[in-house]
Structures are given as C-alpha cells and as structure tokens.
Design a protein around this ligand. Structure first.
Ligand code: BG6
Length: 534
C-alpha cells in the first residue's frame, strides 16, 4: 500500500497560524545551569489546574505506574494545584475500596514516603463506568463539571487511557460523544487524550485507530506515549549531540564504522503472554522504542529545540531508512528456551502459561538498518532486543573507524583499537568514550582507557521517573517526547512488509533461532552482541 500522509504537520485541521500559536505556547523555558545549580530544573514552573481522568483505574498500569508517579509529583510539588484525579473502570469499587487499592500498591514501594498520602487521596474520586455506555460517559461529564466548580480546575482535562488497545477506539469515541473532547468552549479549558502503545498492529490498523481518534480530537490534543523518550539519558542524546560542537563534525560516515542499539532484558514475558503472542519482539520493542532511539542518534539537527521541529527531523530520518527485508543473512529472529537466570531455572517461552506449544513468535531480533542519506551511507545500524537474556542492559554503542594510518604498525603486534562511544541507558545512565593511551615504561605499549560520565555521580538526588515526566509534559501540552501520527505511520510503513515476510515466509520455524534463557541470544547474533558488551 503506498504511503500517503494527508497531514504532514500532524496538526489536524488547524490553520498554519494556529499551528504556530500552539507550537509557541508549548515551548518550555530552560536555562544554562552552573555546576552546583540543578535543583530548580526538576520542576517546570506554573501548571494549569486540571482534572486527570484515568480509564482502566483498577488495572495494573494505574496501580504500578500512574498513581505512584502522580503521588511523587504531589510530593515534589510538580503536580498542578488545584488538581483532581478521577479513576474510571468497570470494577464496582466504592470510593474507599478504590483508595485502599491505590494506597496498597503505592505503599508497596518502600522508597515512597506515604505520610502525606491522605492529603493526596483527598483529590481522588472513583466512578464505575462501562466502556461502551454513552450514558456512563455523560455521568462522567456531569461529575467533571461539578469537580471543576468545587475545586476550580477550570475545565482543563487530561484523559489517560490505561486500557487494552482494543478499547481505545470506543472510549475515544464516547469521550467525544459525551462532549468532553472539545476545547475552550462554554468556559471549558483544554482537553487532551493520552494513549499507550501499541498504536495498531500494522499500517492499516494504525490508520484506522488514527481516523477514530481524529473524529473527535485534533492531533495537538493527542499524546502517544513512548516511555523510552522520557528516560533522562535518552533525552540527553540531543543535548550531547547538539549542545557540544566537538561531536557533530565526526558524527557521520567518514568517522563512524557502525552503531549498535542494544535493549536486552532478563525478564521474560511475565503475565502478558496473551498480548505477546499477538505482537512478538518486533511489534513490542522495534516499532516504537528502538526506532525512536535510532532517530535520536541519526537525525539531522532541528532548527529549534521544539516539539514539531524535532519530530519533523525524526520523520525525515524514518523516510531515509532503506526498506527492511527479512533476508536470512541479516535479520536474526530468536525465541528463548529454558535456562537459568540469576541462578534460578526458568521455563522457555513455549512453556510459559498461555503460549502455544508450537509458537513461532520471536522474543529476540537483530535487525540491521541502513540509512540512505548523505550522512550515513554505508554505516550499518544494528538494532538488537530480546527477552530472557543474560542481564538487563540498554546501551547505544557508536563504533568509530580505525585510524587511517597507524604509525605504530611496526612496533605493535596488533592494530590500534578504534575509539568507541557508549551511551548507557541501563543499568547505568552514563556516557563513556574509549581512547588509546601509552602505558608508562620504556616500551611502546598501548592501553584502552575510558573517559566516563555517570549521571548518578554528577547529579545526586532524585530525577523524575519516566511516567512523572510524561504526565507533566501532557499537562504542559509539550509534545516533544510523544509520537506524532506521521511517525507512527512511517514506522509501520517500514515494519509491516518485514512483519508480513517474517510471519508468512517458508521455513519460518527453521528461521527462528533458539537460545537458552540467561544467554546473550542466538549464536548467530553473538559476535555483534559480545563486541558491544566488552
Ligand atoms: C515495554 C515493552 O514497552 O518496554 C516491554 O512492552 C518491555 O516488553 C519494556 O519489557 C522495557 O522497558 P524498560 O524501560 O524496562 O527498558
């Protein structure tokens, strides 16, 4: 299907001047801090009062991520004041049972100080609601109006869909039909909708979801979360590249040999086998997080640090990616078998409850990507991600080329080792540059050393967790860390043919390399993985 983007700016039906107005209004001011002065960067300044409505409020995401994030924001005064939080779900909780459920899950994290919980809890309400009932959504509208009056939240509303994706379309439609999607009408403020991945399961379903969302919401009202973008080191990639003059001149095919983006996990599929059997690693990690990391490393410098300009550059980068094909020699797909993780025996993927005995769903992939543009021609980008690998390790490795001519060639028994830059995302948020030094002594012996920057050492104290950052940005209306629809379409445009090939090709079972849980993935990918780990 040919790719068409009817709305290249991703801003719905707004006029150009209206787009510019929105763009200007969402630029969040920053500053250049001295070495001691970082604390006031944790908060974003004045926030609009608002009501945060969570659909799926009795679920796992609400309990494990959203409410703890909102409570931490409350403790650090980065939550708006006044604010109301309304939980909606099908479960027939009463107000107190709902609060008990939230308090229990929030308090399970012993690092959270629960002494101010009652003050926070006073801002929370619960409304049982059926996701297909307009009547229930009208009740919600009435509740929101009365909360606005009681708490002076000025009609600003954030709707967070912490729901299975199959419910996105119907909930977005009913929000619209209940008159809750319109902005700045009848004394109302803004209205925003937040959705989590997966944004469809291929290009067609992504377009269908988008069409439904756009029946009631403009693009600027839609926030599509990618929690990788909220990680501090991931955000730091742009600062590192574009706030330092020394790296950009060498950030190209003349100096860089290859780039590897590794997101290894030791967790398996946990309790999400139903979802994972439908998605596999390509949809779960590559369509979103891996492509976002790639775009930050490879995109051209935007003209401003501003959401639309940054997202424009990402789209250009996606458009330069050579079509992906599942040829055997390069794309490696794998599935974990039984093995040992941290001294504990764990079952293979096919033995996980809910997984088909003969499942051919990949839990590992290595995908070489080529960017066909002036800067990157000939430089391979290896994207690698897998479950149940030896440990959780997320890093981006920029491998520089060998020195063009080694004056040490006659006295060294080996080649001079080329420079390498590692951007660590997990377990350590760090940047380290490897270079060669001379060992002290009469003989000319060389040693690789690293210059290391570790976030923890440089910035003691808390940094906001990913969900705090994304919720704050939604309240601020800043789209920088969120997917724009044309990006979603481009990513599916790239991946859908590959997925079709992988899912229908001859000899699919033989192509799926098995690897033991707790190992570094299939043999066929080991050389590249081990190289970037040492
Ligand atoms: C999620 C995937 O988006 O990212 C999970 O659905 C994966 O399968 C997770 O485990 C990894 O995120 P992180 O932040 O732990 O690297």
């Amino acid at each position: 299907m040919p790719y068409k983007n009817p709305d290249p700016y991703g801003t719905g039906f707004l006029t150009f001047s209206a787009q510019e107005k929105i763009m200007e209004s969402t630029i969040i001011k920053g500053k250049v801090c001295d070495r001691e002065n970082i604390c006031d960067c944790l908060t974003a300044g004045e926030l609009d009062p608002c009501t945060i409505v969570i659909f799926g409020a009795s679920g796992d995401l609400t309990a494990r991520k959203l409410i703890p994030a909102l409570y931490r924001m409350f403790l650090s005064t980065s939550l708006p004041d006044p604010v109301s939080i309304v939980g909606c779900a099908r479960t027939d909780y009463d107000h107190d049972t709902f609060l008990d459920f939230l308090q229990e899950s929030c308090g399970a994290d012993t690092r959270i100080d629960m002494t101010r919980w009652p003050e926070f809890a006073a801002r929370i309400s619960y409304l049982p609601l059926r996701y297909d009932s307009l009547q229930d959504f009208l009740k919600l509208a009435t509740l929101l109006d009365s909360l606005d009056l009681q708490r002076n939240t000025r009609g600003n509303r954030l709707f967070h869909l912490a729901l299975p994706p199959s419910l996105y379309a119907s909930v977005a439609t009913l929000i619209g039909q209940a008159g809750l999607a319109g902005e700045f009408e009848n004394g109302r403020g803004w209205s925003r909708i937040v959705i989590e991945k997966p944004f469809g399961r291929d290009l067609d379903s992504a377009l269908a979801l988008d069409a439904t969302l756009h029946q009631h919401f403009h693009e600027q009202q839609i926030f599509r979360i990618d929690h990788y973008l909220a990680k501090e080191t991931v955000q730091n990639i742009l600062t590192f590249r574009f706030a330092n003059a020394i790296f950009e001149p060498i950030w190209n095919r003349a100096y860089i040999e290859s780039v590897t983006i590794l997101a290894a996990e030791n967790l398996g599929v946990e309790h999400r086998t139903g979802y994972y059997e439908q998605s596999g690693v390509l949809r779960d990690m590559f369509q979103n997080h891996m492509l976002q990391l790639l775009s930050l490393i490879a995109m051209e410098p935007p003209s401003h640090f501003e959401a639309e300009r940054v997202r424009d550059e990402k789209i250009k980068l996606f458009r330069s990616i050579r079509p992906l094909h599942a040829d055997k020699a390069s794309v490696i797909l794998g599935q974990y078998g039984p093995g040992t993780i941290n001294g504990r025996q764990v079952p293979g993927y096919r033995q996980e409850p809910g997984v088909a005995d003969q499942s051919l769903i990949p839990t590992f992939a290595m995908l070489p990507v080529h960017v066909d543009n002036w800067r990157w021609q000939g430089v391979p980008f290896y994207l690698i991600s897998g479950k149940r690998m030896a440990r959780k390790e997320t890093r981006i490795v920029i491998q520089f080329k060998d020195v063009p001519h080694s004056l040490f060639r006659d006295i060294l028994s080996a080649n001079v080792i080329a420079n390498r830059l590692v951007l660590g995302i997990y377990p350590q948020e760090s940047i380290s540059l490897t270079f060669q030094t001379k060992n002290p002594g009469a003989r000319m012996c060389m040693r690789s050393m690293t210059m290391d920057f570790k976030y923890d050492d440089a910035y003691p104290g808390p940094s906001p967790e990913a969900y705090e950052k994304v919720l704050l940005d939604c309240i601020l209306g800043d789209h920088m860390l969120f997917w724009r629809q044309d990006g979603i379409e481009q990513s599916w445009f790239l991946l859908t043919p590959l997925l079709n090939e992988c899912e229908t090709c001859q000899g699919r079972a033989q192509r799926l390399h098995s690897y033991a849980a707790g190992s570094w993935g299939p043999e066929a990918a080991r050389i590249i993985i081990e190289k970037v780990l040492t």
